[in-house]
Design a protein around this ligand. Structure first.
Ligand code: HEC
Length: 199
């Protein structure tokens, strides 16, 4: 990992450490309050989202889009793993039109993403789209949360309609089945997804 990578992981780790402390406080509450869980989930995705965006902006400025591919490809899972390790919550990104098959949605996530699309189509602002539920998984109660990720202008370099040919060639190489192109500003690029076992 290079110096910027270490710096990124350190910042995410500090943020995640703060969240882990808050999580202990939530766990200490009898019954585990639902709105507190939602708040924890929100903070978890906010932390990852902010760090990813600033790492992307910096990388785009420093090395251009081809170099910045590494930020999405390496920093995103790295940051997600760091947050997960520190907080005990699994966090990641998913999409109906994913670039990396490792980010493909599971059936619950697919349903939520489809409902986000419907809510967006009926006029709800993309920044407000979130959903949570407690699901049963093999007899264990799991808290799940998703928050939509709207497509911003800066995302179009790598997810838009007209990609730079060199960048497109590089993406073809790394992601042969890439579905994450052709997006427009305001469309849903995907969602953050968080979960943790309640007991
Ligand atoms: C420099 C190129 C680049 C830019 C700019 C970029 N991305 Fe990505 N994005 C990628 C790559 C590469 C992946 C695949 C990451 C992986 O392998 O997990 C990806 C994956 C994703 C994923 C995970 C789902 C999937 O498709 O695999 C989401 C969500 C996402 N990007 C959102 C965004 C958003 C939102 C922005 C703008 C704020 C953005 N990206 C800007 C290159 C980029």
């Amino acid at each position: 990992m290079d110096a910027k990578g270490r710096d990124f992981v350190r910042r995410v780790a500090i943020g995640a450490g703060v969240l882990a402390l808050a999580a202990v406080a939530v766990a200490a509450q009898p019954g585990g309050d639902e709105s507190a869980r939602v708040e924890q989930a929100r903070q978890t995705v906010q932390l990852l989202g902010q760090e990813l965006r600033s790492a992307l902006t910096e990388a785009l400025r420093a090395g251009g889009p081809t170099a910045a591919i590494g930020v999405c490809r390496i920093r995103a899972p790295e940051g997600a793993a760091t947050v997960s390790a520190r907080t005990g919550r699994k966090v990641g990104r998913t999409s109906l039109r994913y670039r990396n098959p490792a980010n493909a949605p599971d059936p619950w996530e697919r349903q939520v993403l489809a409902s986000f699309e419907a809510r967006l189509a009926s006029g709800e602002p993309p920044g407000r789209l979130e959903h949570h539920a407690v699901v049963d998984r093999g007899g264990r109660r799991v808290f799940r949360y998703m928050k939509a990720i709207p497509t911003r202008k800066m995302c179009l370099v790598c997810h838009g309609e007209a990609l730079d040919p060199l960048l497109a060639a590089r993406l073809d190489e790394v992601y042969p089945g890439d579905r994450a192109r052709g997006f427009r500003v305001g469309e849903l690029r995907g969602a953050f997804t968080v979960e943790w076992v309640l007991e």
